[in-house]
Design a protein around this ligand. Structure first.
Ligand code: ADP
Ligand code: MG
Length: 766
């Protein structure tokens, strides 16, 4: 890293190396742009003075947007603190704090025309007001207001009696707003907003004096403690009026026009303080052109980054493989089954990638039990046929061990050397193993994240396969790639990721889907069972075991209560073995066990030496014991739907019919019951994933931030799927035309991309 010096007058002295890289000579001008701690230097060329000028305006605009909200008129220290709690520190943050609904105050309603279910605004006079005691013994403040054409009852359930008595004098006039609710013929409004008119004041001129709050569609913002709607609205008006102009539109004008979008500044003004001809229901559904513009703007830069990244991969030199079928044909012959059409199709897609001169970067998605493992092994063999090493990386020890057993079985018959590398391999054994890997004695290396540790070196890594990717971050993918010279990468996931989400997190990968299960599978019958029915579950287990089958009983392992859950699982195993099924063989499996112990238990279960396996969620992914037909999940309500679907996928792997029982507390909440019902109703992983995504939101769905999911301020990947598609097409087409965004027109895009995503996307060639 070259060091840059600053002289006594604050001038920057650039080392020769950087001068050369920027093609600068003494006397040239350089523009300095600060983004937080990162400083971007760009050359100002005499011929491009016009660009330099607009750029300096950009710098001023950015400065404006970075103004702290506490400097805005109307924001005191208390409000600034409340805003900070919502993550709003700068003017730019505030501009992107959008209304979550709108109130139509363009015209006042007369009271005979109030519409039930609508938010209405009207001017009326207090006719009566008093505190009453309801039948349930609660205090309620009730007021009747009228406007000569009709009357309506207002109610408060939380109020200060003294304050209400003081304000609600009969005869007083005000402007009221709130949602009209209907009970039979009676119309009521609960907790309305009120603006009192001074005695004798004319409502029309009162409203004309307050154009922020009346005579228009007004925004309603999400509040937190310490924020009041009216003051926030006023501050937002101030910010929008003063600063929206500083928000530049980086998307090229031609594109805006073609897609009927508008400049971002105008879009921000419109979503905060919409024009009077904008329909309120469009605003509320976020379907206006302005909302669309803002969502597109966010998606577009994400997709642009992903497009560049993908492009970076496609222009890199890879290792083109020859498909010789030397090993693969033999393996396919030795399989006890024929590949499904979907497996064949995906393999063909993979082969085409591998034969290309650029590295493969492919996501293989397939529901539980669709047969990804055999696809992975065949792909691995293609690499071995080309004298390359292969890494297969799994998220847990157990899964790595299981993959290893499968790989070893196949490899042994083909005379290929394979090894297992996890953190459990220690000391001399580890150094010998690393040595073997480094000099190429081993062709297939199966392991956990241990395989991408610094010390591990390969002779010639040609392919990396990552199983169950959502457990790994984007980062691991990058590290794995650096272990070889642009090795091919294949990522497998059993969680069917809804398309919109796949386009964000895995947007730089090509996608293959194994959308077919091997024949002869019968769907798993799923039932929610309350605790009080536990004895019936035991009966089912006993019947199945008698019929020669096996069962799982799973305990959730939630991080914060790991110890107690582990204890629960251990106790349960003891209880089942000692009290409930003394005649059956009960085993226990959890993540804290030594690998030899785990392997012994798994091995015994596979060989039918254990009838009932009590386990924590370590078995969630990938375990394959086709003879198991019962899956009992304790505290099912504590799991996410996709996780439950994964667990359920451990049974129904053979031809016998299988059962999944979701045991839950007797007092299951409505929400939890609805969630679990989804599993009773469908075996389709996609539908379950979609439901899960809707119920939990994208961050939770993927197991949080580490998955590298960007956060959007306006866009919503569930609601705005079609906009994401559009943004993706545009971005990819643009990168196709101008792969380095080097044309003059795209300079602005490039700058904005770097500003928004910085190093986070590890942009190749940018
Ligand atoms: P997953 O996609 O969940 O990783 P696996 O690869 O573990 O699924 O495969 C599930 C089971 O299906 C395994 O027992 C495997 O041997 C079997 N299997 C895979 N492909 C086929 C096929 N084409 N026909 C029949 N059984 C298959
Ligand atoms: Mg699997």
């Amino acid at each position: 890293m070259p060091v840059i010096k600053i002289d006594d007058e604050g001038r920057i002295l650039l080392p020769q190396e950087i001068l050369e890289r920027l093609c600068l000579k003494p006397g040239d001008q350089v523009q300095v742009d600060a983004h937080g701690l990162t400083v971007v230097l760009s050359r100002v060329r005499p011929a491009e003075n016009s660009i330099a000028l607009t750029d300096s305006r950009s710098v001023i605009n950015r400065k404006n947007l970075e103004t702290a909200v506490r400097f805005i008129k109307g924001v005191g220290p208390k409000m600034a603190a409340a805003l900070a709690k919502k993550g709003i520190h700068t003017v730019e943050d505030a501009l992107y704090l959008l209304p979550y609904r709108y109130e139509d105050r363009r015209q006042l309603r007369s009271l005979d025309r109030l519409r039930p279910g609508q938010l209405e605004v009207f001017c009326a006079q207090v006719m009566s007001a008093e505190t009453r005691i309801s039948r349930g013994g609660r205090r309620v403040f009730e007021a009747v207001v009228g406007d000569g054409r009709g009357a309506v009852l207002l109610k408060w359930f939380n109020f200060s009696p003294r304050h209400m008595a003081g304000t609600w004098r009969a005869g007083r006039k005000g402007i009221f707003s709130g949602e009209v609710v209907c009970y039979g013929h009676d119309r009521e409004i609960h907790h309305p907003e009120v603006d009192w008119l001074a005695d004798g004041a004319d409502p029309a001129s009162f409203m004309a004096d307050d154009p922020v709050n009346f005579g228009r569609t007004i925004p309603v913002y999400p509040l937190t403690e310490g924020l009041r709607q009216k003051s926030l609205r006023k501050v937002q008006k101030e910010i929008v009026d003063t600063f929206s102009e500083s928000v530049e539109t980086a998307i090229p004008g031609e594109m805006l026009e073609r897609l009927s979008l508008i400049p971002v500044a105008a879009a921000l003004r419109e979503v905060h303080f919409p024009g009077n001809d904008t329909a309120v229901d469009l605003l509320e559904r976020r379907a206006t052109c302005a909302h669309r513009t803002l969502a597109f703007d966010e998606f577009f830069f994400l997709q642009l980054g992903l497009a560049l990244k993908k492009r970076g991969v496609s222009i890199e030199q890879g290792i083109p493989f020859q498909v010789t079928h030397k090993y693969t044909r033999q393996l396919v012959k030795s399989l006890p089954f024929a590949l499904t059409a979907a497996q064949k199709r995906v393999l063909a897609e993979i082969k085409e990638d591998l034969a290309a001169p650029h590295p493969m970067h492919r996501l293989v998605q397939g529901d539980v039990g669709s047969g990804k493992t055999v696809v992975a092994i065949l792909t691995a063999l293609l690499a071995v046929e080309n004298d390359c090493q292969v890494v297969i990386m799994a998220p847990t020890e157990i899964l790595a061990e299981q993959h290893f057993l499968a790989v070893r079985r196949y490899c042994a018959q083909l005379g290929i050397a394979a090894c297992l590398l996890t953190s459990r391999v220690k000391g001399k054994e580890r150094s010998r193993l690393l040595e073997d890997v480094a000099c190429g004695n081993v062709s297939v290396i199966v392991g956990t994240h241990s395989v991408i540790q610094e010390k591990v070196e390969f002779k010639r890594l040609g392919l990396g396969i990552i199983d169950e990717q959502h457990r790994f971050g984007v980062l691991q993918r990058g590290i794995l790639r650096k272990k070889g010279q642009n090795p091919h990468i294949m990522v497998m996931t059993a969680t069917p990721i809804p398309r919109t989400l796949a386009m964000t997190v895995f947007g730089d990968l090509s996608l293959s889907v194994i959308d077919e299960l091997p024949p002869g599978r019968s769907p798993v019958a799923t039932r929610i069972c309350p605790e009080s029915q536990r004895h019936r579950v035991y009966r089912l287990i006993r019947e199945e075991v008698r019929a020669g089958r096996q069962a799982y009983v799973i305990y959730p392992l939630v991080e914060e209560s790991e110890k107690s859950d582990l204890k629960a699982a251990t106790l349960m195993a003891g209880h089942l073995a000692g009290d409930v099924f003394p005649e059956l063989r009960v085993g226990l499996l959890h993540g804290k066990m030594k690998p030899e112990e785990k392997e012994a238990v798994m091995g015994a279960y596979k060989d039918r030496g254990i009838d009932i396996l009590v386990a924590t969620t370590v078995i969630e992914v990938g375990i394959d014991v086709p003879n198991a037909t019962v899956m009992v999940i304790e505290h099912a309500e504590r799991f996410g739907l996709s996780q439950l679907h994964q667990l359920r996928g451990r049974v129904g792997r053979g031809t016998a019919s299988s059962h999944c029982i979701l045991l839950s507390g007797d007092d299951l909440s409505g929400d939890a019951a609805r969630r679990l019902k989804v599993l009773e109703q469908t075996n389709d992983g996609f539908r379950i994933a979609e439901a899960d995504l809707e119920l939990r939101g994208p961050g939770d769905f993927l197991g949080t931030r580490q998955a590298g999911l960007p956060e959007f301020r306006v866009a919503d990947i569930l609601r705005d799927g079609p906009i994401m598609e559009e943004a993706r097409q545009e971005a990819f087409a643009l990168v196709e035309r101008d792969p380095h965004l080097s044309s003059l027109d795209n300079g602005r895009l490039r700058q904005e991309l770097v500003r928004r995503w910085g190093g986070r996307l590890e942009l190749a060639g940018c």
